[in-house]
Write a protein that binds this ligand. Structure first.
Ligand code: AMP
Length: 125
C-alpha cells in the first residue's frame, strides 16, 4: 500500500519504530537531526536510507513544516553520510519518493542514497 502524503503523520510507521529503538537497524550514522541505516532490500551495491528525527510523512511535509535548523541538519547529514561512505568520487544518486506515483511505502521521510557502482538510467519506462 502506498503512502498518502496528504494524511497526518502516523507514529506507527516502521521508521518511527526504528527511531524509537523498537525495531533493529543496521546504522551507519546518527546525529541530532538524522539517522542513516542500510536498506533491508538493497537496490544497488550500496543502498542507504537517511531519515530525519522529526515526524514528517514525506519530503513534501518536511520541506513545508520543518524548521530551518532541521532542514539544514538533515541535508548536512545526508551529504556527510555519502562522503563518509566514499560515495562521492565514483558518484551516487539521491532519491526520495513522495506518494502514490512514486511508490512511497513508508510514511516517514526517507532519502535513498544509491552508490557503490554504476546506477543505470535515472528512470526506465
Ligand atoms: P519507499 O518505497 O521510497 O517508501 O522505500 C521504502 C524503503 O524502505 C524500501 O527500499 C525498503 O526496502 C526499506 N525498508 C523497509 N523496511 C525496512 C527496515 N526495517 N529496515 C531497512 N529498510 C527498510
Amino acid at each position: 500500500m502506498t503512502v498518502d502524503p496528504t494524511k497526518p503523520y502516523d507514529d506507527q510507521n516502521i521508521f518511527a519504530k526504528i527511531l524509537r529503538g523498537e525495531i533493529p537497524n543496521n546504522t551507519v550514522y546518527e546525529d541530532a537531526y538524522a539517522l542513516a541505516f542500510h536498506d533491508i532490500n538493497p537496490q544497488a551495491d550500496l543502498h542507504i536510507l537517511v531519515i530525519p528525527k522529526g515526524p514528517y510523512v514525506s519530503w513534501d511535509d518536511f520541506s513545508e513544516k520543518a524548521s530551518d535548523e532541521e532542514i539544514a541538519g538533515f541535508v548536512r547529514a545526508v551529504g556527510k553520510v555519502a562522503r563518509d561512505k566514499g560515495m562521492v568520487v565514483r558518484g551516487y544518486r539521491w532519491l526520495s519518493n513522495v506518494g502514490r506515483n512514486a511508490g512511497q511505502e513508508v510514511a516517514h521521510l526517507h532519502v535513498h542514497l544509491f552508490g557503490g557502482g554504476p546506477l543505470g538510467p535515472m528512470l526506465s519506462k
